[in-house]
Ligand binder design. Structure first.
Ligand code: GRG
Length: 302
């Protein structure tokens, strides 16, 4: 764990420091709000800088550090993943998807820019992510870059996040079993979180055993993260969460609480976090941020 003036850095300080690095880099990578791209740029930036937690890019950087690498070297990939995540949120809020009016504490992208521009802003963030990754991943070979881009596109596409979203839409209003809920959660949410962690470690240059351990950590924290999201949709409110709550129940979504109730959902989430911590038990103090983030996932309020 990093030491600041003879004391250990807290999770809040770690998240804040990394979030600032990500925010500065995203600002640099994206087109300016003036000139020929001003309208689309404004819409892309609106949701990108609306106050997201940056958990995926922070996990990517923390994973690189856990295996002895440098967080700065994974920054383009970490930011690209945040762009992909933000595109998915913009599209998810559209009336033809979840029809949510608020996101990250502000009116949703389509509420401000209209549905056409919101669709295009999402598309532009997705394509820009791949432009960014194919242009600059410092210190690694073209073969490794290509392998990482392949993994990220698979995790974001129909074999991953999109596949989960399709299953989620199909399950709305249906009576579903645990296998279906796990399929939705593992594809919609876990896939992008796991690949964030894997990409950080691969760029930093880790061996197979540590990469496998981090992948297991990623799968468990990724699933725990979505169960926390299901729970917060019931227990939180728009003021804290930054988006409308209660929509899962309204849309009759396939969630853990709908299937097994709130208390058992909390127990399963806690168990996943404990198992994720066990997966990286053998890592040294450089993995402390990953440990703190896993605990934070179960305790988060937004
Ligand atoms: C291609 C039309 C089209 C749509 C794609 C794939 C998709 C839409 C949506 C799935 C994305 C989604 C809503 C996944 C749920 C994952 C989740 C828990 C999102 C919230 O993530 P946080 O809590 O949000 O990290 P912040 O705002 O902090 O970044």
């Amino acid at each position: 764990m990093k030491v600041v003036k003879n004391r250990e850095i807290s999770l809040e300080e770690y998240l804040e420091a990394k979030k600032n690095i990500v925010d500065r880099a995203l600002d640099e990578y994206l087109p300016e709000m003036s000139g020929p791209f001003s309208e689309i740029s404004e819409s892309m930036r609106y949701t990108l800088f609306a106050g997201g937690k940056r958990i995926r890019p922070v996990l990517c950087m923390a994973s690189a550090e856990a295996v002895g690498g440098n967080a700065d070297s994974v920054l383009p990939v970490a930011c690209a993943i945040e762009m992909i995540h933000t595109y998915s949120l913009i599209h998810d809020d559209l009336p033809l998807m979840d029809n949510d009016d608020y996101r990250r504490g502000k009116p949703s992208n389509h509420k401000v820019f209209g549905e056409g521009v919101a669709v295009l802003a999402g598309d532009a963030l997705l394509t820009e992510a791949f432009s960014l990754m194919s242009g600059v991943i410092p210190q690694i070979s073209p073969e490794k870059s290509l392998a990482i881009i392949h993994e990220i596109s698979t995790a974001a596409g129909f074999r991953g996040m999109i596949g989960g979203q399709v299953a989620d839409l199909k399950a709305e209003g249906e009576k579903v079993d645990m296998e279906t809920v796990n399929y939705i959660h593992s594809h919609k949410t876990q896939a992008l979180i796991t690949v964030s962690i894997r990409a950080g470690a691969i760029i930093a240059g880790t061996g197979t055993d540590d990469l496998n351990a981090l992948s297991e950590y990623g799968k468990k924290t990724g699933l725990a993260f979505q169960i926390a999201d299901d729970i917060l949709d019931i227990e939180s409110c728009r003021k804290i969460l930054g988006k409308d709550t209660g929509s899962d129940e309204e849309l009759k979504k396939a969630t853990y609480p709908a299937l097994i109730g709130l208390e058992e959902s909390k127990e399963r989430m806690q168990k996943l976090v404990e198992d994720a911590l066990a997966d990286i038990r053998h890592f040294d103090e450089k993995a402390e941020p990953l440990r703190m983030i896993a605990r934070f996932i179960a305790e988060r309020k937004s």
